[in-house]
Every structure is written in C-alpha cells, then in structure tokens.
Design a binder for this molecule. Structure first.
Ligand SMILES: C[S@@+](CC[C@H](N)C(=O)[O-])C[C@H]1O[C@@H](n2cnc3c(N)ncnc32)[C@H](O)[C@@H]1O
Length: 273
C-alpha cells in the first residue's frame, strides 16, 4: 500500500492523465500482475514471441516504435535494443520499474504521450460544466481522436502492444463521471477511438506487429459463461494468431470466477494494407 502511494506521488505523469486515472490504473495493473503472474505467463510469452518474429522479419533496423509499452511485461526489450538503432517506447505513463529497466539501454527512449489525443481536452471539459444539465458536456464538445505522425517518422517497425481495447476505457469513464448518461453516444465515442487507432496502423508504411485482446470470457460456476466483445464489434487489424489470457484467475474476482481474454495478433509487412 505504501509502495503504491509513493509511486502515485512520485511518478512523473501529466495532470490530465492523473485526473482521468491513467496513473492509478498503471499502479493497479502492476499490483495485479504481481498477484496473477503465473496466470499471465503464457500470454506474455506468446506476445513476446510474436514481437520477436516481427523483429526477425523486419527489413529495416533503424527505428522500432512500441505503442502501449506500459510495464514492459510483454516487450522483449533486449531484442529490440539489440536489433534497432533506436527504440521508442510510447505510453501515457511509465512506472518506476519500467524506467529502471530501460536505463541500461543507450538506444531506448521512453516517451509519455497520449496516443488518442483526447485526454488533455477531456480533462478540461470539467471546468466548462457550469450551466450544463445532468447530461454532462454535449457530444459536440467531446474531442476527436488525433495522433501526431511524427512519432512514426523513420520507423521500420511499429508494435501495437495490447493497448487497443484499453484506449476508450478511461475517456468513457470520465465522460460518465461528468454526468453523460447517453450510453449509445458514449459507445459510439469509444468505437471512434478504436477505429482511429486501427486506421493509424493501417496507413503506416512500415512493418506493423499487432497484438490486442478482443473478447472477455467470464467463467463463473455454476452460471453459464458470459462473453463480451472488447472492441464494440470492430474487426481487429489481423488475427493470424490467437490465444487466451488468464487475466483474472480465481480468486482475483472471487473463488468461483475465472476471467479470460481472447487475444489476437499478427504481423503486417510494409506496403500491405
Ligand atoms: C494492458 S496495458 C499494455 C501492457 C504493456 N504492453 C505491458 O507490457 O505492460 C495497456 C497500456 O496502454 C496504456 N494506455 C492506455 N491509454 C493510452 C493512451 N491514450 N495513450 C497512451 N497509452 C495508453 C496504459 O497506460 C497501459 O500501459
């Protein structure tokens, strides 16, 4: 608890990202990983293997960009550093352990930025609440997703590392916390964030390695299992590989419940949409 509180106070993170909950979420993710390490191991191994395959197939060795580097659990950082002149690790927040781990690699850079481009503007919406009804800020004031192309300049390999399903979650939660009750509009907004990330990856002129969780399966005996699409029904970029991530093994939720995510992924060579 104390360690988590210290991380919260000392981790460099933009005030908008703090306000929307990205720092707390990263700290909670790290704590969950410590509790569920065994259940996560196959997923992390599969993700790393797919990234290694992309590294081996990649025709250029100048720059690799990782989107959603986070805790660096699924990123084979040694291999990336050895194979590329420059490695940019992009996430809205990097905790102490990730910062420490990259210190020894002269060519690995941590970049803290929001790849949806909506976080800062959403955080400002609160100040404009006066005069609004309980419905929260109007839909037309919700920022549209945007990502700076410069992040990908000179890249030979871009890795979208288990980030896609996460992108709409905190923006949606924040809108709800501001009083937005139109769940259809919020879903549409979440879908636009997902589509924006997929479109961005599709238009890159370099190799892309894509990994994303797409479906939640809740197994809670004796109830029948429940499945939920994590991408609002949007088709993932590629699903050449697929595996299950035992994200919350019992007793994480309760003694009878296991939560699994279906993860898909693949490698798209340069020039192929
Ligand atoms: C499930 S984690 C990915 C796991 C990560 N690859 C690892 O090995 O630890 C999702 C990551 O997406 C990041 N993220 C979520 N929304 C983001 C945004 N708008 N911009 C940048 N990163 C974001 C989170 O901070 C988190 O680190």
């Amino acid at each position: 608890m104390l360690y988590e509180a210290i991380q919260f106070l000392t981790t460099p993170c933009s005030s908008a990202a703090r306000k929307l909950g990205y720092l707390s979420q990263a700290i909670a993710l790290e704590a969950r990983y410590k509790r569920c390490r065994f259940g996560w191991s196959l997923h992390l191994k599969n993700s790393q293997e797919l990234i290694r395959e992309a590294i081996a197939q990649c025709p250029g060795q100048r720059k690799a960009v990782v989107l959603g580097s986070g805790l660096l659990l699924d990123i084979p950082i040694e291999d990336l550093s050895a194979d590329f002149e420059q490695v940019d690790l992009i996430d809205i927040v990097h905790l102490r352990a990730a910062r420490r781990r990259v210190q020894k690699f002269h060519n690995v850079h941590l970049i803290e930025t929001d790849i949806t481009g909506v976080v800062q503007e959403l955080a400002r919406l609160k100040g404009t609440m006066t005069g609004y009804t309980d419905a929260g800020p109007p839909e037309k004031s919700w920022p549209q997703p945007y990502c700076d192309d410069q992040l990908f300049e000179g890249a030979d390999l871009v890795i979208s590392a288990n980030i896609l399903s996460q992108l709409p979650l905190l923006p949606e939660e924040y809108l709800t916390s501001l009083g937005c009750e139109n769940s259809k509009a919020i879903d549409k907004y979440g879908r636009s964030i997902i589509n924006h990330h997929l479109k961005l990856l599709k238009h890159l002129d370099c190799m892309v390695c894509f990994i994303a969780d797409v479906e939640r399966c809740i197994l809670s005996k004796p109830k029948p299992s429940k499945n939920e699409n994590l991408l609002y029904g949007v088709k993932p970029l590629i699903a050449a590989h697929s595996w299950m991530w035992n994200i919350a093994p019992a007793p994480e939720v309760d003694r009878m419940t296991h939560v699994h995510h279906r993860v898909v992924g693949g490698i798209i060579p340069p020039g192929k949409e």
